[in-house]
Design a protein around this ligand. Structure first.
Ligand code: PLP
Length: 564
């Protein structure tokens, strides 16, 4: 059976429509008296072909607005082939009413090949790469073995209890924990953070039932804390960081802490610039006011202890510091496990129970959830266990020494091309800025050379500079020279051809608080060009210039209306 995608249909119909229209025009020119009949015939053929089909196909998949979006995407959206192949795959082919497995995988391979490869070493964000194919293969096999088992019911799969205990106790030891330290395996940093905030909230509520709890957050803390506060009904109290060191301002914390404070947060390190907050200083305040201190070591948990053992001057940040109640540590970052793996730790088992949830007032199974989700694959846990077993302390130490070596050379090289490193990052993340060139434009120049580096737009309202974030992986040790050579060339390219942007337009938009449609028009956003280079530069500049509350509204609207 020949498969015809709706995209092909739409293009064919457009071609027929154009042919009919041209013939009509020609005949009307040659025989003016036939002009009205021909014109209406042309319209009655072209309209259904060019408009109805795509519109109705869009409608079929959902709402009237989808009908409109269907119309635009069939004609203008470069990814329409993807959606349409998906549609045709569902309705045609053999087996269980779908395409055959080989075609499906071939299609995924094709899709995937068009994107950056996480294991390539070309990415300085979203990827934590050892460069060891044996590790990747091991993780994949362990994942596959446990993929279909659910972590919901440990009475059915008791091996999951063993795997989780082993993983948690390895991380607890890394974090300077002792006998009483307890923790849980979660699906990611955000989940670990949400659970810690819930535990702190319920702990606080058990002592202060009538107060609305607050959480003190440095501006550099990960947004997951604000998200947790919003989800769980705590009031976020944002405190400034020193804009030279990027460490939290302890005086500001001291001033903000009150009897309503349920949690103080410090990062080890923060994501934007890789700097470790003064955890001892925060601990002094927390102990003095009897407040829960959380350390976010999602990034640093598997790096800082090894950097310290390699002789780096790493400040104390873990359970060795008295006031620390809980620590989040991601495995799917520098633990080098597949995505969907993190650990939340508590200094004492008695604190952990505040994150749990139990329920028995229904006719079904008695439910006790240690985390937010119920049914979830045990694949990430098994893969994490296998990777930790494979690497052990020595493996992580070796990988950290590669990162350290790469980091030192990168810092020197970046400074040498006239860019400025932000703060004095102690960890495996660095960020740089420039007063001379747009580093957002620089990122695009690097992208053309194959490198994925992350733009942090900054904000004129909050005083944050536009910067580039680099998450350094062990694999980068062998790529530093190539990276720096391309960086030098890119800086020259941007210097000689700076991006001209209509700041005036942006200010106008900011001034009048434009509606989404006006903004979309001003920035030239559309489903089709959302990830094109010039658009990315404009978006980045808009985020830098516009007030944060407006930016947040815009981000939600754009993603809701245009992206998905
Ligand atoms: C310091 C820090 N905390 C928390 C998170 C959130 O982790 P996840 O993306 O796994 O939810 C991140 C993610 O980058 C992070 O860098």
């Amino acid at each position: 059976m020949v498969e015809v995608s709706v995209g092909q249909l739409a293009r064919a119909s457009l071609a027929i429509s154009m042919a009919v229209s041209l013939t009509a025009l020609l005949l009307a020119f040659l025989k003016p008296q036939a002009h009205m009949i021909l014109a209406s015939t042309a319209i009655s053929i072209t309209f259904p072909l060019t408009v109805y089909i795509p519109f109705l196909t869009g409608l079929k998949s959902g709402s009237p607005s989808k009908g409109l979006r269907g119309l635009s995407s069939y004609y203008f959206n470069k990814t329409s082939e993807v959606q349409l192949s998906r549609c045709s795959g569902v309705s045609a082919g053999s087996g269980l009413g779908s395409s055959n497995p080989k075609d499906i995988i071939d299609f995924l391979v094709k899709l995937s090949r068009e994107e950056p490869v996480p294991s390539s070493g070309m990415m300085f964000t979203h990827s934590y790469e050892t460069g060891d194919p044996v590790l990747r293969d091991l993780a994949r096999k362990a994942f596959e073995l446990y993929m279909d088992k659910t972590m919901l019911d440990f009475t059915v799969y008791p091996s999951l209890v063993k795997l989780e205990r082993d993983v948690v106790s390895f991380v607890a030891r890394l974090m300077g924990g002792g006998e009483s330290t307890a923790g849980t395996f979660t699906y990611g940093g955000t989940e670990s953070i949400i659970l810690a905030v819930k535990a702190a909230r319920d702990f606080f509520k058990s002592r202060n039932p009538d107060l609305v709890p607050e959480i003190i957050l440095p501006y550099t803390a990960h947004p997951a804390f604000v998200k947790a506060a919003v989800y769980l009904g705590l009031k976020p109290a944002l405190v400034p960081v020193n804009l030279e060191s990027f460490k939290v301002d302890l005086n500001a914390v001291q001033e903000r802490v009150s009897r309503r404070t349920a949690m103080i947060v410090g990062s080890a390190p923060n994501y934007p610039v890789g700097v470790v907050d003064d955890i001892r200083g925060l601990s002094d305040i927390a102990l003095d006011r009897n407040v829960w201190l959380h350390v976010d070591a999602c990034i640093g948990g598997f790096v800082l202890p090894f950097f310290k053992d390699l002789g780096e001057p790493i400040p104390d940040f873990n359970f060795k510091v008295d006031g620390v109640y809980s620590i989040s540590v991601d495995l799917h970052k520098y633990g080098y496990t597949p995505k969907g793996a993190s650990v939340i730790l508590y200094k004492d088992r008695s604190l952990r129970k505040y994150q749990f949830f139990a329920y028995s007032r229904w006719p079904g199974y008695p439910l006790v959830n240690t985390v937010t989700l119920s049914t979830r694959s045990a694949g990430p846990l098994a893969a994490s266990w296998a990777v930790i077993k494979y690497l052990g302390y020595d493996g992580y130490l070796k990988l950290s020494s590669k990162i350290l070596n790469a980091k030192k050379r990168l810092v020197e090289g970046i400074k040498a091309v006239g860019l400025k490193i932000l703060g004095s990052p102690e960890s495996s993340i660095i960020a740089f800025t420039s007063e001379e060139i747009s580093v957002a434009q620089l990122s695009l120049s690097m992208k053309r050379r194959g490198w994925i580096i992350q733009v942090q737009p900054g904000s004129i309202h909050l005083g944050f500079p536009q910067s580039i974030h680099l998450t350094i992986s062990p694999i980068h040790e062998g790529l530093v020279d190539a990276f720096l050579r391309d960086l030098r060339e890119s800086v020259e390219e941007v210097r000689s051809n700076p991006f001209k942007i209509s700041v005036e337009d942006l200010v106008k938009v900011a001034g009048i608080r434009a509606s989404l449609s006006e903004l979309v028009e001003k920035l030239g956003l559309s489903r089709e060009v959302i990830v094109e280079d010039e658009t990315l530069l404009l978006i980045s500049e808009a985020i830098r210039m516009l007030p944060p509350d407006f930016v947040e509204t815009m981000l939600v609207e754009v993603v809701n209306e245009i992206v998905f």
